[in-house]
Write a protein that binds this ligand. Structure first.
Ligand code: ARG
Length: 623
């Protein structure tokens, strides 16, 4: 069982009730999607008033279809479900809503078993089976430094890739390098003029960066340099051997550097490609638009008028024959559509490129219209710009090295350094302190990028993102380490009678080894009756929904928020005081009570770890 059993039961029963109660209408309407259990399942909501039920289902959309009013539909379906044999849910109706109640002890046992038995698979589903999603992210520009401006796309895209994989989609993570364009003309000029002959063949990205910065500094005084750069780029485009060799050199140096940083960050791709890959595909693209009668001439340039007041025309080819960023993107789309036949393609790119993507999708739709592509074969509507806001640096965060750019790696190093200082205060004798500090530093950076809805700007402040309290990555990581430490203290043999093979137990000699083997051993879940415990069970139960919602909205922030709530509920429980004002220890001599609690702790640990994984963040076991 990977989905929520209670919702599934509701969906199946409601689907059946619709069919029986409205059989005449049902036949008339035909096999409408809205009556399927899957549709009902996908449209279950949180009730406005949480005391009324765990879940709610609105029936308004059925009013017109069934020629009945929503409150009446809701009460008919409610009655039918309540009179069927079931032991998992009860329902009630209010206005046009059906509220779904669960029996807590049953929900607790189902939820905890589901999490503990499935471990890293908890929250997985097969909704994506047979579907293919392309996620394009990171896409830094070669011969420019990997600056912090590429951080958000890298982190969001990496997370979306993991989320879609978890939901069963075939997922292709694409890094679309900016490896073509006028910046290469600049680099070539700078290299030819100023490269240090003693370094030739051994240049690093830092040397390239120095050349890049020098070009920009000198070009401010000397406008002639820009012309030279255009000339060199033209030569490169027409295949000049020397420039081509330089381009390859720059590309290789940059890619090696990017890979080193991706490794540190744990970022993965399935396909690393780039703009240059499309150089031989653009003639074909331009021809397709010409054949569809969509192009016109404007001052010698080839353009596509989008007939849209909001959108400027697409410039396919400049008067001098040069193609553009958008021409390459259009070619890339057509190429990928043909090659992968995807169900969806996501471009995780900053919001300031939104006109670019609107132009692209519109042009593609016009092309398909002109080609009279039948509905089921159309690809143009399958692209989606997953846009995000800017990163702002609220306080001066660090001196920008080498002029104008904050290097991503400097940010990572700074984060790890600050994290290490914190750990040294708290846990001076921690093993692998440098490893853990890096994990925490990265956790802080990663989380900060998903701490708000993606369209919002992120305000990055060191003291905030690195805090072990509040809504931060380190807070979640710290909670995870705390969960592990509770599990380590727990001695399994005392609590569970079934003999267990204790072999290299990750949590220490006598502590818990295999939760799935004890999960059935007479645990009384009704003993979990504090509000904190109930809240934890609900949040564990709702994790799969948070993952599905994150995919639906392309919004890792929904998982981030869910984890914060869960960590908050757990920490409240952990620090609970009993009637005498003493901390109410999770592990105590009250074995009866201890059993359901410890498996609850395990379930929380699984969810936090897996949730962090989906965000791209490591979950250390101690810190
Ligand atoms: N390289 C571009 C930049 O850094 C981002 C590329 C975004 N993806 C795309 N298909 N246009 O601005």
């Amino acid at each position: 069982m990977l989905n929520n059993k209670f919702k599934e039961e509701f969906a199946n029963k409601a689907a059946g009730a619709f069919q029986t109660l409205f059989s005449d209408k049902y036949i008339e309407i035909g096999d409408k999607q809205v009556f399927s259990a899957q549709f009902i399942l996908d449209n279950i909501e949180k009730p406005k008033d949480p005391t009324k039920g765990r879940f709610a289902f609105p029936v308004f959309r059925y009013g017109k279809l069934l020629g009945d009013n929503p409150p009446s539909i809701a009460s008919k379906i409610t009655e039918a479900i309540n009179s069927s044999d079931n032991n998992l849910i009860t329902v009630s109706s209010i206005a046009g809503f059906i509220n779904i109640q669960t029996e807590f002890a049953i929900e607790a046992s189902e939820t905890i078993k589901n999490a503990v038995e499935n471990e890293t698979k908890y929250g997985s589903s097969d909704v994506g089976n047979g579907k293919k999603v392309l996620v394009e992210y990171s896409s830094p520009n070669i011969a420019k430094p990997f600056g912090v401006n590429h951080i958000r796309t890298t982190i969001l895209g990496n997370s979306l890739r993991r989320i879609f994989l978890k939901l069963g989609y075939e997922t292709i993570g694409i890094n679309y390098l900016g490896d073509w364009g006028t910046q290469f003309g600049k680099m070539i000029v700078a290299y030819k003029k100023w490269a240090d002959p003693s370094l030739v063949g051994k240049e690093t990205v830092t040397d390239l960066l120095a050349l890049y910065v020098r070009f920009h500094d000198e070009a401010e005084e000397n406008k002639e340099l820009e012309n030279q750069a255009r000339e060199e780029f033209k030569k490169l485009e027409s295949g000049d051997a020397e420039n081509r060799a330089l381009w390859e050199k720059f590309r290789e140096i940059s890619i090696n550097e990017f890979n080193r940083v991706y490794d540190i960050m744990g970022i993965e791709f399935d396909w690393v490609t780039g703009e240059a890959f499309l150089n031989d595909k653009m003639t074909h693209t331009i021809k397709a638009f010409e054949k569809a009668n969509l192009v016109s001439e404007s001052e010698g340039a080839t353009i596509v008028n989008l007939h849209d007041e909001q959108l400027p025309p697409v410039l396919l080819k400049k008067a001098d024959g040069a193609t553009l960023y958008l021409t390459r993107d259009l070619s890339g789309y057509l190429y990928r559509a043909n090659e992968f036949n995807f169900d969806e393609m996501l471009y995780v790119v900053a919001v300031n490129q939104s006109v670019h993507f609107q132009q692209m999708f519109k042009a593609l739709a016009m092309l398909e219209d002109a080609q009279a592509v039948p509905e089921e074969k159309r690809m143009s509507s399958k692209g989606k710009h997953v846009e995000f806001g800017m990163i702002k640096f609220g306080d001066k965060m660090m001196k920008t090295r080498k002029g104008h750019i904050i290097l991503l790696e400097d940010v990572i190093n700074e984060a790890a350094k600050l994290a290490k200082e914190k750990i040294e205060e708290k846990t001076p004798d921690l093993k692998n302190i440098d490893d853990i500090a890096l994990q925490i530093g990265l956790g802080a950076i990663f989380y900060s990028q998903m701490s708000v809805r993606r369209q919002k700007d992120v305000n990055f402040k060191w003291e905030e993102v690195l805090s072990f309290e509040g809504e931060t990555g380190p807070y979640l990581q710290y909670t995870h380490a705390r969960l592990i430490s509770v599990l380590r203290k727990f001695e399994i043999k005392k609590l569970f009678t079934r003999a267990l093979v204790i072999q290299r137990n990750p949590y220490g000699e006598n502590s818990i080894l295999n939760f799935s083997s004890i999960i059935d051993e007479g645990i009384d879940y009704s003993l979990l009756n504090f509000p904190e415990e109930k809240r934890i069970v609900e949040l564990v139960a709702d994790f799969p929904q948070a993952v599905a919602d994150a995919a639906r909205m392309y919004e890792p922030n929904m998982i981030a928020n869910h984890l914060i709530e869960l960590a908050g509920a757990f920490n409240k429980f952990y620090q609970r005081k009993d009637a005498n004002g003493k901390t109410d220890k999770i592990i105590s001599d009250n074995y009866e009570l201890c059993r359901p609690r410890i498996v609850l702790v395990k379930a929380v640990q699984i969810v936090i770890k897996e949730g962090l994984y989906l965000l791209g963040i490591k979950a250390p076991e101690a810190m």
